[in-house]
Design a protein around this ligand. Structure first.
Ligand SMILES: NC(=O)c1ccc[n+]([C@@H]2O[C@H](COP(=O)([O-])OP(=O)(O)OC[C@H]3O[C@@H](n4cnc5c(N)ncnc54)[C@H](OP(=O)(O)O)[C@@H]3O)[C@@H](O)[C@H]2O)c1
Length: 270
């Protein structure tokens, strides 16, 4: 087990677990939660990347715990949840399931490999199911807790060539709503955020490549992509746009909101 504890948990402070915290939205969210005073557990497969985020969480004055775990591996998730609960003293205030993979792009259903389909479902749907199955009972026992699942606006619509991704994010809505109905009586909320394109390193790399291929500058490449997506606000999301929605749902503003899908996509799904 590669898990490491960074810094002491100084009595107070709420506790959050963020999956997919080694890069992109999850990493930025973990840091924002530390700014807000949360102690943060960071889950992902890349130990070094998690460690870097954990060091920054610690610099912000919060404790961090890294959980090196492949969400596709049921036993690994069980072991990580055990480690997490030991670290947190059986407490959790916020679970944000951010980890996800895009899967094949531009591949029609008839040509989609079963292994690719399974990998997307195992990460984007079964992963959140596994963390929720371990942590919702803990929240119910505590009589409070917030779960936020990061889906995608492709889970609000069909998308040619991206069926596994769309199906996984669409199914995550069903999981979210059903769980919300189950745990509401215990004071636990479960919600879903549907981002559109987020300007993370992975997406920027794609926009840069397209700019090169089409002989245009990167901003033109971004503008073209966003126009094709149909975002009326004509800009991609920043990780901060998703982070602020998490803050809202996790804070006082979200206390009477459950089973909902909040779309943060610049106006694609309207
Ligand atoms: N970026 C976008 O344009 C966009 C748009 C809509 C929705 N979303 C959704 O927003 C979420 C974050 O996306 P992002 O673009 O910010 O992420 P990203 O930079 O691509 O990072 C994905 C994260 O998921 C983790 N992850 C992937 N497979 C995993 C597995 N099997 N086990 C554990 N962790 C795993 C990765 O960690 P390791 O590599 O360390 O395992 C990484 O931390 C995803 O759910 C994505 O579907 C993104």
């Amino acid at each position: 087990m590669d898990d490491i504890v960074f810094g002491g948990m100084n009595g107070g402070g709420q506790i959050a677990l963020v999956t997919g915290a080694s890069s992109g939205t999850g990493a930025d969210l973990a840091l924002a939660l530390a700014v807000d005073g949360y102690h943060v557990a960071l889950l992902g497969r890349r130990a070094e990347a998690l460690k870097e985020v954990a060091e920054r969480v610690k610099q912000l004055g919060s404790a961090a715990c890294t959980l090196v775990c492949d969400l596709q591996d049921e036993e690994a998730v069980a072991a990580s949840m055990k480690t997490f609960l030991k670290w947190s003293g059986d407490r959790i205030d916020l679970l944000v399931n951010v980890a996800g993979i895009p899967g094949p792009v531009g591949v029609p259903v008839g040509e989609l490999a079963v292994t690719d389909f399974d990998a997307v479902m195992a990460t984007n749907l079964r992963g959140p199911f596994l963390t929720m199955s371990h942590l919702l009972p803990v929240m119910c026992k505590l009589g409070r807790g917030r779960v936020i699942n990061i889906g995608g606006n492709h889970g609000m619509r069909g998308r040619a060539g991206r069926s596994s991704y769309s199906a996984s994010k669409w199914a995550l809505r069903g999981l979210t709503r059903s769980a919300a109905l189950e745990v509401g009586r215990y004071g636990v909320t479960v919600n879903y955020i549907a981002p559109g394109p987020i300007a993370v390193d992975r997406m920027r790399a794609g926009w840069e490549k397209r700019a090169e291929d089409e002989g245009v500058d990167v901003q033109t490449s971004i503008d073209r992509y966003i126009t094709e997506m149909g975002a009326v606000l004509r800009r991609p999301s920043e990780t901060a746009d998703v982070v602020e929605m998490v803050r809202f749902l996790a804070g006082d503003g979200g206390r009477n909101i459950t089973g909902q899908e909040l779309v943060v996509d610049g106006g694609v799904i309207v």
